[in-house]
Design a protein around this ligand. Structure first.
Ligand code: RIB
Ligand code: CA
Length: 310
C-alpha cells in the first residue's frame, strides 16, 4: 500500500483524484492539504472538507495552505469550476474540524508520524510543496520518495498558448519543486487531454446509486460544459488530476519517458511554460518521468469501478 499526501485545489478533477485515492486498496491517503488555485483558499479548503464528508472519511486530516502564489497575485478559475469551485452537485457541509495548523505543518507532522517514505501528490499550483521544501528541506529529502503532479505540458497550454493553469498560477513554486532533487512524475496536458470522459460515460455515472456516484454525476456534468467549446476539439471533458492517482494505482495504464523538465519564470509570453527536454538536448539531469500516453478505456473503467465502491 502506498502512503500519500494529496495537495489539491478542488476543483472538480481534484475531487475525482481524491475519490480514486480513497477507493483504492493500493493507496493510503494520509492527509489532504489545500492550495489556492481553482478557487480562493477558503473555497478550496471547504471543498476538500465537503468531499471528505461526502465520502465519510472525516478521519483524514485536512489543513489549508497558501493564500497567494509565491510571487504573482492569485488568479483563480471560476470560469471552469464555478463560483463554489465545485458547482454542479449538492454537497454536504463539512461535519468535522480542519486541523489547527498550516498545510506545511500538517505535511511535516504526517511525514514524522509515518514509517517509511511518503509520496506527495500535487494537483493544483505547487506553492505548498515549494514552501515545504524551503522550510523543511531535510525532512522532505528524508521522507518524500517522489512528487507526482498534474501540471505543465510539452508545446501546449490551456491558460495561455504554451502555459498550463497550475504552473501559470505559480511558476516560481514549480521551478523550486522540479529543481529540488526529489524525483518527480508529471502528468502534463499531453496525457490529460487524452484522458477525456465522454458525455455518454457521464450519463452512465447516473446509474451508480450511491451518494458519491450521484454527486459526481452532477459534478462531471457541470465540468463538461466548459470543455464543449469547439476551440478545444475535445470529444468529452479532460480529467486532468485523476491521472496522477491512476498512475500510482496502475502505472501500466501509461507510457512514459524520463527527461529533464524545468520552468520558465521570465518572459512576457512564456512565463510558466514547462520546458521538457524530450530529445536530451541539454544533457541536464533527467529529473522527471513524464506521462505521455494513457489507455483511456482502462482509465474510465477505473473511475467507474471506484465510484461503485462507495
Ligand atoms: O490545467 C488543469 C489543472 O488546473 C487541474 O489541476 C485543474 O484542477 C486546475 O487546477
Ligand atoms: Ca487541480
Amino acid at each position: 500500500m502506498k502512503n500519500i499526501i494529496l495537495d489539491c485545489d478542488p476543483g472538480h478533477d481534484d475531487a475525482l483524484a481524491m475519490m480514486l485515492a480513497i477507493a483504492s486498496d493500493k493507496i493510503k491517503l494520509l492527509a489532504v492539504t489545500t492550495s489556492a488555485g481553482n478557487q480562493t483558499p477558503e473555497k478550496t479548503l471547504n471543498n476538500a472538507m465537503r468531499m471528505l464528508t461526502l465520502m465519510k472519511r472525516e478521519d483524514i486530516p485536512v489543513a489549508g495552505g497558501n493564500r497567494t502564489p509565491l510571487v504573482k497575485p492569485l488568479e483563480t478559475a471560476g470560469n471552469v469550476h464555478g463560483k463554489s469551485g465545485l458547482d454542479g452537485a449538492d454537497l454536504p457541509d463539512p461535519d468535522f474540524e480542519v486541523q489547527d495548523m498550516t498545510a506545511i505543518e500538517l505535511i511535516a507532522k504526517t511525514l514524522r508520524e509515518t514509517d517509511g517514505k511518503v509520496t506527495l501528490v500535487v494537483t493544483g499550483p505547487m506553492t505548498n510543496a515549494a514552501l515545504f521544501l524551503r522550510v523543511y528541506p531535510e525532512l522532505a529529502h528524508e521522507k518524500i520518495d517522489q512528487i507526482v503532479f498534474m501540471g505543465g505540458a510539452m508545446g501546449l497550454g490551456n491558460w495561455t498558448p504554451s502555459v498550463e493553469f497550475n504552473i501559470y498560477v505559480d511558476p516560481e513554486a514549480a521551478k523550486i519543486v522540479l529543481n529540488s532533487g526529489i524525483p518527480t512524475v508529471m502528468a502534463p496536458l499531453n496525457v490529460t487531454h487524452q484522458a477525456q470522459i465522454k458525455k455518454a460515460e457521464i450519463e452512465a455515472v447516473k446509474s451508480i446509486k450511491n451518494p458519491v456516484g450521484q454527486a459526481f454525476y452532477g459534478l462531471l456534468g457541470f465540468f463538461e460544459i466548459y470543455h464543449e467549446d469547439p476551440k478545444w476539439g475535445f470529444f468529452g471533458a479532460p480529467l486532468h488530476d485523476p491521472c496522477t492517482i491512476a498512475w500510482l494505482i496502475d502505472p501500466e495504464m501509461f507510457e512514459t519517458e524520463q527527461m529533464n523538465v524545468d520552468v520558465e519564470t521570465e518572459g512576457e509570453l512564456v512565463r510558466g511554460e514547462t520546458v521538457c527536454d524530450y530529445y536530451d538536448l541539454t544533457g541536464k539531469p533527467k529529473n522527471t518521468e513524464v506521462l505521455l500516453e494513457i489507455d483511456r478505456d482502462k482509465f474510465i473503467k477505473l473511475i467507474m469501478d471506484s465510484l461503485e465502491t462507495f
